[in-house]
Design a protein around this ligand. Structure first.
Ligand SMILES: Nc1ncnc2c1ncn2[C@@H]1O[C@H](COP(=O)(O)OP(=O)(O)OP(=O)(O)O)[C@@H](O)[C@H]1O
Ligand SMILES: [Mg+2]
Length: 170
């Protein structure tokens, strides 16, 4: 029987951080690779650092870090940086009706960047191509962070929050 040719996915890059500041910096580094419309899913148990990481991403997109707090009671916090950023936390979402009222169509399908904590609750709302960040508590203040990015590389694309391209015409 011929071997099946499948293209193996490269393993998600994995790093260990040792403080909230390091996790925030990892978020900033991801922000530099984001493009308008990207959706970042933040997975991990309670207290693993999803909001800390989201703060770093948002800061990297030009949102003052102090504005970034867990939106647990509102479900969605909108921020304005160089692009619009929606910070979604679905921990307290119980029903599909709750989800349907959040305006996810625009949040996940718009030109801004969406950061989603507790994305397991998205169900059918989960977009097909998301960047998935998984945080695991490795004891003390160590956190393991894996980032799976299924997007094809787009070297020429303008990044979210990147400087506008200048065209010089003589
Ligand atoms: N390496 C680390 N990275 C991130 N946070 C850390 C780290 N070490 C310790 N912490 C602490 O862990 C906590 C992470 O809180 P955070 O609100 O970001 O978690 P969360 O995953 O968003 O939780 P929740 O599921 O409740 O929303 C903070 O108190 C932070 O100071
Ligand atoms: Mg949180």
């Amino acid at each position: 029987m011929p071997a099946r040719l499948t293209r193996a996915r490269p393993p998600a890059p994995r790093l260990i951080t040792r403080s909230p500041e390091e996790t925030q910096r990892a978020g900033r580094r991801l922000a530099a690779r984001l493009r308008p419309g990207d959706v970042v899913l933040l997975r991990g148990d309670l207290g693993t650092g999803k909001t800390v990481f989201a703060r770093g991403v948002a800061a990297g997109l030009g949102v003052p870090a102090r504005q970034v707090r867990s939106p647990s009671f509102t479900f969605v916090n909108p921020y304005h940086g160089r692009v619009d950023v929606h910070h979604v936390d679905l921990y307290r979402v119980d029903t599909d009706a709750d989800l349907d009222e959040l305006g996810l169509q625009d949040i996940l399908g718009g030109e801004g960047v969406a950061l989603v904590e507790w994305p397991e609750r998205l169900g059918a709302w989960r977009p097909p191509a998301c960047i998935e960040v998984t945080l695991v508590d490795r004891g003390g203040s160590r956190r393991e962070i894996r980032i799976a990015d299924p997007r094809p590389p787009h070297p020429g694309a303008r990044r979210a929050g990147g400087a506008p391209r200048r065209h010089s015409r003589r």
